[in-house]
Design a protein around this ligand. Structure first.
Ligand SMILES: [Zn+2]
Length: 507
């Protein structure tokens, strides 16, 4: 196993939706109907920044190999990428880049997959197929990871660093998303590559009469729901209904992050009527007692979402569900999910003079963030909210101060969210979804869906004929940055950058 500066590397993590979008773009740019896709000898398809394990993290974890995280994939010729992972803005950024290459069937690989890797052949491949790759990385001797995929199923994952024996196979590629998949590539795998196996080693769920109707509705996809690990931020009137629903649906692991205590108005959620001042999580646990599937777990975390311990919880989840009313808390939750490449669903409701409204944003890893898919409703207060030491998950109820709230509408939004979770775990979406539910003045109900494909950098500087669009600061700085890449000063700096971009765009 190769040893980079500090620690052995377990493999590469890449958002499934990003890879899917890049491959689809390659299929579309090749000849339309008949010609095989990407049937040119030049196979470099996309590149991305890589987050390297921080020295401290690597030393602490020297016994267990760590993972490299890829940032957003960019199509087109290599160009400078924003450095990944610099929690301290003054620190020297780690220098690493991922190249994604796709080759037609039967193309010889850069190095034979079943033998010891050949550094000279690897360097020759780089010179022939990706001569400009150094432009993507600012450092003098960057670490390069090449993900080389062949259309007949052969795959290689290689690391390269000049002056260090050249070229090593990496053990595994993990595609993150609603259903994380781990693939073995290179010498460890036989060719053609094996079909991906689910990472989860959970036993098959026993058929139970309780879940027979659900199985009839969902088919084999029921397994994905029952094996899912979901982390919920916020156990208020939406979050508590969601938690209750997820446990009834048979989700295997549910974690809930909620630091607040009960107030009289909380009783319109699915919470036991405990005295004012009791922990809200205790009220939730009391209410849902006995509804979970045998063997399922409910983990309660009475912490603000900005606490450092929340990052590792997000990293362990298949899906993060965010139901808080505070934009700073949403931003923290979104940052953890970006940094650890997790899919998330974010739900918000409001009662307006002309009717009730709800927003559901489904953001598979690599498809964008709350800032670039819909933005923040409380943007003008965001910096001030972030300046608070640790924003609570569900702060003083802003809706209460505005226009009140309705259990009917909160529960409707929660159940619309549960249905999206069912659909996404059964068939993960490669695109982000912004779903807007609204009542109109005449009492009808409207549903508007907007789908967002991952931004592959088409608007960037690599296409000089087009007006360059500035990249989303959150996505470009945080995606794949690892939990060490998330800090309060960094989130404030990124928020400032995002607000300035917004203002410049509006001007
Ligand atoms: Zn973004």
């Amino acid at each position: 196993m190769p040893s980079f500066p500090h620690t052995p590397i377990a493999g590469l993590r890449l958002p499934w939706a990003s890879l899917q979008a890049a491959l689809q773009a390659a299929l579309q740019t090749s000849a339309p109907d008949t010609a095989p896709p990407a049937a040119t000898p030049a196979t470099l398809l996309a590149h991305a920044g890589l987050a390297l394990p921080a020295a401290a993290e690597a030393q602490a974890a020297h016994a267990s190999p760590t993972w490299l995280h890829a940032g957003p994939l960019q199509l087109g010729p290599p160009r400078p990428l924003p450095p990944q992972r610099h929690a301290d803005p003054n620190a020297q950024p780690a220098s690493a880049v991922l190249l994604l290459a796709v080759a037609p069937a039967e193309t010889p690989p850069p190095t034979a997959p079943t033998q010891a890797p050949n550094p000279a052949a690897c360097t020759a491949w780089l010179q022939a197929h990706a001569p400009g790759w150094r432009q993507a990385c600012a450092g003098p001797n960057p670490l390069l990871v090449l993900l080389w995929l062949r259309l007949d199923g052969l795959g290689l994952l290689l690391a390269h660093r000049a002056g260090e024996a050249g070229c090593w196979p990496l053990p595994a590629l993990e595609l993150t998303g609603a259903r994380t998949q781990r693939l073995l590539l290179g010498p460890a795998a036989t060719a053609p590559a094996r079909p991906p196996a689910p990472v989860s080693a959970e036993p098959e769920v026993e058929p139970s009469p309780r879940y027979a109707p659900q199985r009839a509705a969902l088919g084999p996809a029921q397994q994905h729901l029952h094996l899912a690990r979901v982390l919920l931020v916020g156990a208020g009137r939406i979050g508590s209904v969601l938690a209750h629903g997820l446990l009834r649906m048979g989700v295997q692991h549910l974690g809930v992050v909620e630091p607040d205590v009960m107030e009289p108005h909380n009783e319109d959620g699915d919470l036991a009527p405990l005295p004012t001042g009791s922990p809200k999580l205790q009220a939730l646990a009391r209410f849902v007692r006995g509804v979970a599937r045998p063997g399922a777990t409910l983990a309660l975390h009475p912490w603000p979402v900005a606490r450092k311990a929340v990052g590792p919880l997000v990293a362990l989840a298949n899906l993060l569900v965010v139901c808080t009313d505070n934009d700073a808390a949403r931003l923290w939750a979104d940052a953890w999910a970006l940094a650890t490449q997790r899919d998330r669903l974010v739900i918000a409701t409001g009662i307006q003079p002309d009717g009730a409204q709800a927003e559901l944003r489904l953001l598979p890893a690599g498809t964008g963030c709350l800032a670039c898919v819909g933005g923040y409703a409380q943007a003008h207060d965001l910096l001030q909210q972030l300046a608070q030491p640790l924003p609570p998950a569900t702060p003083a109820d802003v809706r209460q101060q505005r226009m009140g709230s309705l259990r009917s509408w909160s529960a409707l939004a929660a159940h619309a969210g549960l249905r999206l979770i069912e659909q996404h775990l059964a068939q993960p979406s490669p695109q982000a979804l912004f779903r807007h539910l609204a009542e109109t003045e005449d009492g009808s109900l409207q549903v508007r869906d907007a789908w967002h494909a991952p931004d592959l950098g088409h608007g960037g500087a690599a296409f000089p004929g087009r007006h360059p669009r500035p990249p989303c600061p959150f996505c470009h700085s945080l995606l794949g940055a690892g939990t060490e890449g998330v800090s309060a000063p960094r989130l404030r700096a990124l928020t400032q950058q995002w607000l300035a971009q917004r203002e410049a765009g509006a001007a």
